[in-house]
Design a protein around this ligand. Structure first.
Ligand code: ATP
Ligand code: MG
Length: 424
């Protein structure tokens, strides 16, 4: 137990972190270009928020939540997704009273008690955006285009974008009746989950992973859209066409969450195995009100970072490796160590990435170590250097050397010699 992380969790080690940093920075960059602002919400919330905001008939609320009673007797849940907390913050901080739309992005860990497998963890990470206040289908197109553009900025242009409309409570009522009619004679063949969904939220039956093949001929929401929902969907398609974004209409996308209205979409990779949905989102016009706020529409998406990284791997996309160390400082002998440490500290303070030895290595072993660290330059400090006040800085890749004074002025010149610091 002590030396094993909980099932479904993963360490992200220094040798991999740069890949996470890279996609995070790209995501932050695109959100800036689309004028989405970062929001950070707590890691846990009152359980009721998710019961209400995600929906009682979803997989998440039915079986996946990390819920516990805290020492004050409150029911608390680790956030299984990002939307409900942002909705809560939007309401609690009266952001709806400011100019609209309100456009947020976030980078979060999310927690779901699922069966761990490839692409499915118990703690995973998401990029997400939410946009509140506008019912304009142009903002649906904006949200989708941000996701599509994000992938293409990473060098991936052939993921599948599937779109659908799940209608509004009004047209869904007619549709649900038709769907129930269709499902009724098949009820005995359906899985237990689906039998209970049949009563509570029949459209969710189409989302079933067990029964998907058997329901091929079920009526589809698109045939039942009211005029308003139909017009919205048509406009969305027009805008996507204008932006040159290809899509496939997929009536099977109903999304797991109860609060979706109108637009629903997924971005799917066929190269990362069975958990191929990398990004899922849609409109949720009833959600803010459902959570106790005013009647404000919204739309957003969640994008799984682990699955995104698998896609990058599958496409063989190279993520730039972290820059190497600038300078290795090698003291020879204990006496010179004090001077060497001062030099090291001075260089670091100039913004030069520098390292030394703390393991009592010989000079030979230190040079080997400097090579392992990928240091671009090395400075050896021995008795002679202390005496003369001069040292040699060696370019580790071509062996060329330059003499420097090891006083402050001389050390400032190191910056020029090494051609600036690596992150400039
Ligand atoms: P799935 O159908 O795969 O269970 P979902 O509909 O539950 O997905 P969402 O709630 O829409 O997923 O979450 C958004 C994204 O988060 C998904 O598209 C996926 O990339 C990622 N994701 C969801 N659950 C997990 C998980 N357990 N482990 C890793 N990534 C996940
Ligand atoms: Mg799920």
């Amino acid at each position: 137990m002590l030396t094993k992380a909980p099932r479904g969790t993963k360490d992200i080690l220094p040798r991999d972190v740069y890949r996470w940093r890279f996609v995070e920075e790209k995501f932050i960059e695109i959100c800036r270009d689309f004028n989405y602002k970062e929001i950070r919400t707590p890691t846990f919330e009152h359980t009721e928020l998710f019961e209400r905001g995600v929906g009682e008939t979803t997989d998440i609320v039915e079986k996946e939540m990390y819920t516990f009673i805290d020492k004050g007797g409150r029911s608390i849940t680790l956030k299984p997704e990002g939307t409900a907390p942002v909705v809560r913050a939007f309401i609690e901080n009266n952001i709806y009273a400011e100019q609209q739309p309100s456009k947020f992005y976030y980078i979060i860990p999310a927690f779901r008690y699922e069966r761990p497998q490839s692409g499915r963890l118990r703690e995973f990470h998401q990029f997400g955006i939410e946009s509140f206040g506008s019912s304009d289908p142009a903002i649906d197109a904006e949200v989708i285009s941000l996701a599509v553009n994000f992938f293409s900025r990473l060098g991936i242009n052939d993921l599948k974008l599937h779109i659908n409309s799940v209608g509004c409570p009004e047209c869904r009522r007619t549709y649900n009746a038709a769907l129930k009619e269709y499902l009724k004679p098949k009820l005995q063949e359906l899985c237990t989950d689906c039998r209970s969904r049949y009563e509570r939220n029949p459209m969710r039956v189409l989302d079933c992973k067990v029964d998907s093949d058997r329901l091929k001929n079920a009526p589809i929401m698109l045939d039942y859209l009211c005029d308003d929902c139909k017009a919205h969907f048509n406009k969305l398609k027009e805008y996507l066409d204008i932006l040159g974004i290809g899509y496939e209409i997929d009536p099977r996308i109903v999304r797991g969450l109860d609060y979706y209205t109108k637009t629903a979409f997924e971005i799917i990779s066929e190269n990362i195995g069975s958990q191929g949905t990398v990004c899922g989102g849609g409109r949720y016009d009833g959600l803010v009100k459902e959570c106790g706020g005013p009647d404000v529409p919204g739309i957003g998406f969640g994008l799984g970072i682990e699955r995104l990284l698998s896609v990058l791997d599958a496409y063989g996309i190279k993520i730039p490796e972290p820059k190497p160390l600038d300078v290795y400082v090698a003291p020879v002998g204990d006496e010179v160590k004090k001077t060497a440490l001062k030099i090291l500290y001075f260089l670091r303070n100039l913004g030069i990435a520098a390292e030394t030895d703390y393991m009592g290595r010989s000079l030979k072993a230190q040079m080997k170590y400097a090579g392992k660290l990928n240091a671009r330059y090395a400075i050896v400090i021995g008795d002679d250097e202390i005496k003369s006040g001069k040292a040699v800085i060696k370019n580790m890749s071509d062996g060329t050397t330059t003499e420097i004074n090891i006083d402050n002025e001389g050390l400032i010149k190191v910056k020029e010699i090494i051609g600036g610091r690596y992150n400039e």
